[in-house]
Design a protein around this ligand. Structure first.
Ligand SMILES: *Cc1c(COP(=O)(O)O)cnc(C)c1O
Length: 361
């Protein structure tokens, strides 16, 4: 058996330890004689799994007691509608910062359900930076203020959060959830598709402050109302059972094998530092993002030649490093180095880049 280093932006690598454990338990989960894929979501066994997943997430992320945790389906994309459905209920106004495609898609969707205001955008430079925000441009009576925290496609991240005062801050944290500590009390709501850092595709995690639940707009479909799901412990209908189980195993890995989010963050910084410092010194490759806004998770880079980019991607694949092709709107390469990417994977990438540079300059 041969495993590759997968630099995909998502779905992405899972810890080998988790895959092995899931493999061992695939036919018989803890003596039940059945797979988690087969069991009733109403069974006490599955209740044990979803409860443990939630309590692990709460302890790993240090989620305060006045926040609910939801395990939903529909991807981060569904949250682009659920956020305005549930939160744009007072002044019917909201603020958005456009830092890439995901923020822009969220803003367009919200604009169908209320009055949205674009506070700032970095589109002028292909989203290669996080705009400086002037609080005077914020809508004082907005129902919420929306950001995409880590911009998966462009490789930027907010190192400082906007100061929104009483207006709840909402963040898409799909590509940075559990990558390092995050103070949830600064947000009204965060959400994440789990397929980047926590699980296979099919699970969307929402963490929402109690006071923001239960005031959805009148036309909100039942399934899009957070209250439907908080009232039923994420079991209003059949939840994505298998994905929640893998998420539980990944959270156990973060807590027990890694040692929590402080340690996870240290590991991720060590990986990113290795790659960025190589890029800063390379004569062939360069990063596309301004240094002060660089992401810990997604690292886009280019050479000056499309042909060399293509050659690099192909040769890397031959060496067992896959999915390094950049997003079509940026071109070049992108290395997504999520939680499960080991340091050795980044080391291998960097030494391959060194060799490629020597051979192609
Ligand atoms: C991947 C990603 C999405 C899209 O998630 P889906 O689960 O496919 O809907 C949205 N936002 C960010 C920041 C992402 O990285």
């Amino acid at each position: 058996m041969k495993r590759v280093y997968n630099f995909s932006a998502g779905p992405s690598m899972l810890p080998e330890e988790v895959l092995r454990r899931a493999g061992e338990e695939i036919l018989d989960y803890q003596g039940s004689g059945q797979s988690v894929m087969e069991m009733s979501h109403r069974s006490s066994l599955f209740h044990g799994i979803i409860d443990r997943a939630e309590s692990l997430l709460r302890s790993v992320m240090k989620i305060p007691d006045n926040y609910k945790v939801l395990f939903l389906q529909g991807g981060a994309f569904s949250q682009f509608a659920m956020v305005p459905f549930n939160l744009m209920n007072g002044s019917h106004k909201s603020d958005y910062v456009l830092t890439g495609q995901w923020a822009t898609k969220a803003w367009k969707e919200a604009s169908r359900y209320g009055q949205t205001h674009v506070v700032a955008s970095s589109k002028d430079k292909t989203f290669t930076y996080i705009p400086k925000l002037d609080p005077a441009a914020f809508t004082p009576d907005a129902d919420y203020f929306y950001i995409c925290m880590n911009n998966t496609i462009y490789g930027t991240v907010y190192h400082d959060l906007p100061q929104t005062g009483k207006v709840p801050l909402v963040a898409d944290i799909s590509s940075c959830i559990c990558s390092e500590p995050l103070d949830i009390s600064k947000f009204g709501l965060v959400f994440a598709g789990a397929q980047k850092n926590l699980a296979p595709a099919g699970l969307t995690i929402v963490v929402v402050r109690d006071d923001l639940i239960g005031h959805a707009q009148e036309m909100t479909p039942t399934m899009m109302n957070y209250k439907t799901h908080t009232d039923h412990g994420s079991m209003f209908n059949t939840p994505p059972c298998w994905t929640i189980y893998i998420c539980m195993l990944v959270l156990e890995w973060i807590q027990n094998t890694i040692g929590g989010l402080e340690e996870m963050g240290k590991r991720n910084h060590k990986k990113a530092d290795l790659l960025y410092s190589f890029l800063d010194n390379s004569k062939l490759f360069h990063g596309t993002v301004v240094p002060e806004d660089r992401s810990l998770m997604n690292v886009p880079f280019v050479t000056d030649s499309d042909e060399l980019n293509k050659k690099f991607i192909k040769k890397a694949e031959d060496e067992g490093m896959v999915n390094l092709k950049g997003h079509r709107t940026v071109g070049g390469m992108r290395a997504s180095i999520y939680n499960a990417m080991p340091y050795e994977g980044v080391e291998k990438l960097v030494s391959f880049m060194e060799k490629f540079e020597k051979e192609n300059r």
